[in-house]
Design a binder for this molecule. Structure first.
Ligand code: DGL
Length: 265
C-alpha cells in the first residue's frame, strides 16, 4: 500500500506547507494533523510544545506515514532537536531548510528572522544560521499579531501596515537584505512585509524550502511517489467547521476530507 507523508501543525497555518507539498509532489498522499484544540503553540512553553509534538507524531505514525513534516515553526524550533532521531521515519522541520536558503541568499551577511514568541525565544534559526556561516549578523523579532490578522483575513489595510511597520523596524534599522518568514502564517502577509521592507529585501518562505527538502529525502530513500494523483486527508483536534472555513486562504482550495481526531489519547 502507498504510504503517505504526514504533516502536523498547531492549527491551520501548516496548510501553507501542504500547499507547497501538493505543488511540488502532486503524486504523494498526505495526512495532515492540525492541533486546533490546543493552538496557539507560539506562546506555550518549550516543555508543552515538545509534549504536544510527540503526541502529534505518534498520531501520524498510526496513519502509516513514511515521513513526518513538522510544518509549525514553533514546534520545529522546540521539539525537532529532541524528537528527530527517536522515531522510525525521517522527521523534517522547517528551520534548517529556511536557514540554509537565507544564508545562500544574503549578499550583505545580514539576515532578519520573524516568527512567534516561542520561535524567536528559542533562537533556533539564529543558531542554524551561525552554524552555517558564523560571520552573519542575525536580527530576530517576534510578530505575534500577524497570526490572528491572517486567521481573520486581514491581509492588507492601514491597521496591518501600521503593525507591520512597528514590528519590522528593528530589521530595517539593521539593514538586513534577507528575511526568513519563520511562521506558517506569514507567507500570506508577503505583500505587506515587502511593502514595509522594500523590494530589494529577499523574503524566504520556509514552506517552499521544506517541500524541496522532503522531495530530496524521498528521492534518496527511493520512496518518491511518481504516479497518480495524491489523496489528501485532514484531521483536526477541534472544530473542523472553523478549520474548513478558513483553510482555503492557506491552501488555495477548500480541503475535502476533514475529520476530528485527538492526538493525546
Ligand atoms: N504554526 C505556528 C508557527 O509556525 C503559528 C501559530 C501558533 O502560534 O501556533 O510557529
Amino acid at each position: 500500500m502507498k504510504k503517505a507523508i504526514g504533516v502536523f501543525d498547531s492549527g491551520v497555518g501548516g496548510l501553507t506547507v501542504v500547499r507547497e507539498l501538493i505543488r511540488q509532489l502532486p503524486c504523494e498522499d498526505l495526512v495532515y494533523f492540525g492541533d486546533t484544540a490546543r493552538v496557539p503553540y507560539g506562546i506555550k512553553s518549550r516543555e508543552t510544545v515538545i509534549r504536544f509534538s510527540i503526541e502529534n507524531i505518534l498520531f501520524l505514525l498510526k496513519q502509516n506515514v513514511k515521513l513526518i513534516c513538522v510544518a509549525c515553526n514553533t514546534a520545529s524550533s522546540f521539539a525537532l532537536p529532541v524528537v528527530v532521531n527517536h522515531f522510525k521515519v525521517p522527521i523534517v522541520g522547517v528551520i534548517t531548510p529556511g536557514a540554509r536558503e537565507a544564508v545562500y541568499a544574503t549578499q550583505n551577511k545580514r539576515i532578519g528572522v520573524i516568527g512567534t514568541h516561542g520561535t524567536i525565544k528559542s533562537r533556533t534559526y539564529e543558531n542554524e544560521i551561525k552554524q552555517l556561516e558564523p560571520s552573519i549578523k542575525v536580527t530576530a523579532t517576534a510578530c505575534p499579531l500577524f497570526v490572528p490578522f491572517v486567521e481573520e483575513g486581514w491581509l492588507s489595510g492601514k491597521v496591518v501596515m501600521d503593525v507591520a511597520r512597528h514590528y519590522l523596524e528593528p530589521l530595517k534599522a539593521s539593514g538586513v537584505d534577507t528575511v526568513i518568514l519563520g511562521c506558517t502564517h506569514y507567507p500570506l502577509l508577503k505583500p505587506v512585509i515587502r511593502q514595509v521592507l522594500g523590494k530589494k529585501v529577499t523574503l524566504i518562505d520556509s514552506a517552499k524550502q521544506v517541500a524541496m527538502e522532503i522531495k530530496k529525502i524521498l528521492a534518496q530513500d527511493c520512496c518518491l511517489a511518481k504516479n497518480g494523483k495524491g489523496r489528501h486527508k485532514y484531521y483536526v483536534s477541534d472544530n473542523p467547521e472553523w478549520f474548513s472555513s478558513i483553510a482555503r486562504r492557506f491552501l488555495g482550495e477548500a480541503p475535502k476530507n476533514v475529520s476530528k481526531a485527538n492526538s493525546n489519547v
